[in-house]
Write a protein that binds this ligand. Sequence first.
Ligand code: TRP
Length: 76
Amino acid sequence: MENSSVVSGDYIVVKALENGVTISGLTRGKDTKFHHSEKLDKGEIMVAQFTEHTAAMKIRGRAVVLTKFGSLEAGE
Ligand code: TRP
């Protein structure tokens, strides 16, 4: 994928509502594997981008997630 399309990949914002929220990045391409994971504590925010390497993200724990589709709450 050329660089211009990578830098224009969508962003999401994740705000942890409890300690130990995890964000895992899943690889783009034929295989879908975890390539990175980040742990957030309550109140921490991560701004993440879909790229050439990251096709999907998995969020575990209570968190507010902002995407271009709107705002949703992960967790219970
Ligand atoms: N390796 C998959 C792909 O590039 C990753 C992927 C894309 C994916 N979209 C997804 C995995 C949605 C789970 C759900 O197609």
